[in-house]
Design a protein around this ligand. Structure first.
Ligand SMILES: Nc1nc2c(ncn2[C@@H]2O[C@H](COP(=O)(O)OP(=O)(O)O)[C@@H](O)[C@H]2O)c(=O)[nH]1
Ligand SMILES: *[C@@H]1O[C@H](CO)[C@@H](O)[C@H](O)[C@H]1NC(C)=O
Ligand SMILES: *[C@@H]1O[C@H](CO)[C@@H](O)[C@H](O)[C@H]1NC(C)=O
Ligand SMILES: *[C@@H]1O[C@H](CO)[C@@H](O)[C@H](O)[C@H]1NC(C)=O
Ligand SMILES: [Mg+2]
Length: 447
């Protein structure tokens, strides 16, 4: 075995693509003990010749875009911590799960909305200043090493502790359990014994092992499941389950500040608000340095001369009927605010049906009411996800923002306004629902 390993080592060394960096100094033996032949090529290559380690993750399918952004934050803080702790022994990389098939992405005239890379929505260079991230398509290329598939070493399907409420034991939990057929459905084993075929719809991504893990606790507790001497790639499904270690801390806000959008989306939003909302970054004091690490604490943002409302409808009308207003009631709340602020212009970000939007617009006909409607080419390029971000950017630069109770779409706008330095009272406002106004959260930025 050892002899064949050494031969294999020389073979790989000679044939190695020299652009592949981080080659380890000397081969020892492959540490894998879970049913791998010691000269397994993947094992040998991944764990012995490179210090690169990869964390992949996915989120419960029904979750929306803006909650997924929060799961990214938790995960990015976790991976950055791993890098710092491992002191260069391993180079941890966070693989960005492609975007696709979200419930709210309803447009059918722009082709399938799946396997969308993060660069469509976010600025990868900004993300990389916080933690090393790579897109899924880059991972596949890099990790397959000329073979036809990329096999993730181990996948954990995280599961809630269903018994927690019965037993009243709320201690942290990190326990392997047998997978039920239901949990495994997404990971059907193929004839070759590998799991796969359903990772974001990529037929060339598989997994060597799939484990079910009952988990209760914060992100940092996942570390004990990584075994970086054995595995070079570990994926966690249902990554929405582990909680923030440090919600609202400086660390949280640094990660959040690194989530700049694709610069093309800022340009589209700025063109629109210059044209229709008399907005101008330098006059409105909403400019930020190009590099988020150079940002400084401030509270003097003024914002363009318009009010933005995020009026969340659709599923909120059913699931949270009490905390959203009727259109008539929304109009009256908005008019009162407009008087108070002495503004003429309202920007409406909404997922409402056209008839509701038109009703609102006619009830507010004493003001200039606008919304953003994308051109065909913007929709084709940036999809429903990009159009929603354009709405968020425009709202983030309004003089006054008023959102919808418990909407993560609203929360992300509030965070962007905190980063830009608005006085908090111009940001943390919500429409009152049919029931009385609920108390609202205001998570202020820390520097
Ligand atoms: N363009 C646009 N889309 C919206 C708006 N409000 C909601 N949506 C869409 O509906 C989704 C709402 O889901 P999510 O992001 O989970 O936010 P939440 O459900 O409000 O917490 C967004 O991601 C958008 O796709 C809006 O004001 N403008
Ligand atoms: C990151 O490290 C800090 C400092 O050690 C710790 O307080 C925090 O809980 C860690 N967070 C995560 C997500 O690992
Ligand atoms: C993996 O599959 C995708 C399409 O599903 C394809 O675009 C990509 O080139 C494939 N990559 C490799 C390394 O085979
Ligand atoms: C924005 O405002 C600044 C300062 O008032 C001014 O110098 C600049 O020309 C304005 N830009 C546009 C595009 O109107
Ligand atoms: Mg949602």
């Amino acid at each position: 075995m050892v002899a064949s390993n050494i031969l294999l080592y020389f073979f790989l060394l000679i044939s190695a693509d020299l652009t592949y960096k981080n080659v380890a100094q000397a081969p020892e033996y492959c540490g894998k003990k879970n049913g791998y032949a010691l000269d397994d090529k993947n094992c040998f290559w991944h764990t012995e010749f490179t210090s690169k380690r990869y964390i992949l993750y996915d989120v419960n399918p029904p979750e929306g875009f803006n909650l997924r952004r929060d799961v990214y934050l938790r995960t990015s803080i976790f991976v950055r911590n791993l890098s710092e702790k491992s002191k260069k022994r391993y180079q941890w990389h966070l693989v960005l799960p492609p975007w696709g098939n979200l419930y709210h992405w309803r447009s059918t005239d722009i082709g399938p909305q799946k396997q969308i890379p993060w660069s469509t929505f976010f600025d990868l260079e900004s993300l990389k200043k916080y933690v090393p991230v790579i897109e899924m398509h880059e991972f596949i290329k890099e990790y397959s090493q000329n073979s036809k598939t990329s096999a993730i070493d181990r996948v954990y399907i995280l599961q809630n502790d269903e018994k927690m409420f019965e037993t009243g034991n709320f201690d942290d939990k990190n326990q392997l359990v047998n997978c039920t057929p239901d949990a495994l459905r997404k990971y059907q084993a193929s004839s070759s014994g590998n799991y796969g075929a359903k990772f974001w719809g990529y037929s060339n991504v598989t997994a060597n092992e799939v484990k079910c893990l009952v988990y209760h606790g914060t992100m940092s507790g996942l570390e004990e499941n990584l075994y970086p001497d054995i595995y070079s790639s570990v994926m966690f499904d249902h990554m929405e389950i582990p909680l923030h270690d440090s919600y609202g801390t400086k660390e949280f806000w640094a990660a959040r500040r690194s989530m700049r959008y694709n610069s093309a989306l800022y340009e589209i939003a700025n063109d629109f608000s210059q044209k229709y909302l008399k907005s101008n970054d330098s006059r409105d004091k909403t400019e930020l340095p190009m590099d988020w690490t150079k940002e400084k604490s401030k509270r003097n943002a003024l914002g363009g001369p318009y009010l933005c409302v995020h009026l969340r409808r659709r599923d909120f009308l059913i699931g949270r009927a009490g905390s959203v207003p009727t259109i008539k009631n929304a109009a009256s709340q908005l008019s009162i605010k407009m008087e108070e602020l002495n503004l003429q212009s309202i920007f409406i970000a909404t997922d409402a049906e056209n008839n509701e939007y038109n009703e609102l617009k006619s009830l507010l006909n004493m003001y200039a009411v606008t919304r953003y409607t994308p051109s065909d080419s913007v929709k084709k390029l940036y999809k429903d996800g990009g159009v929603a971000i354009i709405d968020q950017i425009i709202c983030s630069k309004a003089r006054y923002f008023i959102g919808t109770h418990e909407s993560t779409f609203t929360f992300r706008i509030q965070e962007d306004r905190e980063i830009m330095g608005f006085p908090s009272k111009m940001t943390f406002n919500e429409l009152c629902g049919i029931e009385k106004c609920k108390s609202r959260s205001s998570w202020k930025i820390l520097w």
